[in-house]
Ligand binder design. Structure first.
Ligand code: S3P
Length: 184
């Protein structure tokens, strides 16, 4: 499906607990465009993520995740906001897909202390957040890769108002203001 260059697909990436889903939903509201969450799509089609990790291991989950992205990306209207699970952007095949569909990647950069406070008790839903030491190693390993996103914004504050303002400004620079955006 062809999309005009002025109607962006904004793809939020970053570590677990960086605020991708919360901020993504708010951003889509402000832009009057649809919000999609790849994890929600995966769970809708394949069932609960912890169960997928249990049954197929992480590599099996990554294959399902890629398949879900491959199915979802061509169907997204423009503009749209898409939030990815924390590991999705690190897979080269997913990056290729995003590029192929003209997605603009935005890294929500939250410090370790912030993400740890947010995810430390969510191990039941986030298999990779169960072991704090392993989680910290993952954080350090992944951060340089997230920094390869097209844009980086700090996501450290409790109140995402400032972050949202910056994201709306970026979206408008990229051309997201349009028929979907009724008010400022
Ligand atoms: C993962 C993050 C999770 C989910 C899965 C794997 C990761 O999404 O996709 O548990 O590898 O960081 P969130 O980033 O939304 O928690």
């Amino acid at each position: 499906m062809e999309h005009p260059a002025h109607t962006p697909l904004l793809v939020l990436v970053g570590f677990m607990g960086a605020g991708k889903t919360t901020v993504g939903r708010l951003l889509a509201q402000q832009l009057h465009c649809p919000f999609h969450d790849l994890d929600v799509e995966i769970e809708r089609v394949h069932g609960a993520i912890p169960k997928l990790f249990e049954t197929y291991g992480e590599s099996g989950f990554r294959a399902i995740e890629h398949h879900a992205a491959d199915q979802l990306l061509p169907r997204l209207p423009r503009p749209a906001v898409l939030s990815l699970g924390g590991g999705a952007f690190l897979q080269p095949a997913n990056r290729d897909l995003i590029r192929q569909h003209g997605g603009v990647t935005i890294f929500l950069d939250a410090p370790w202390e912030v993400v740890f406070a947010r995810v430390r008790h969510t191990g039941e839903h986030r298999p990779l957040a169960r072991d704090p030491a392993a989680l910290r190693r993952l954080f350090d390993l992944r951060r340089p890769l997230y920094l390869e996103a097209d844009h980086t914004f700090s996501s450290a504050e409790h109140d995402p108002a400032n972050l949202l303002t910056s994201l709306v400004r970026l979206a408008e620079e990229l051309g997201a203001r349009g028929q979907h955006r009724a008010t400022l």
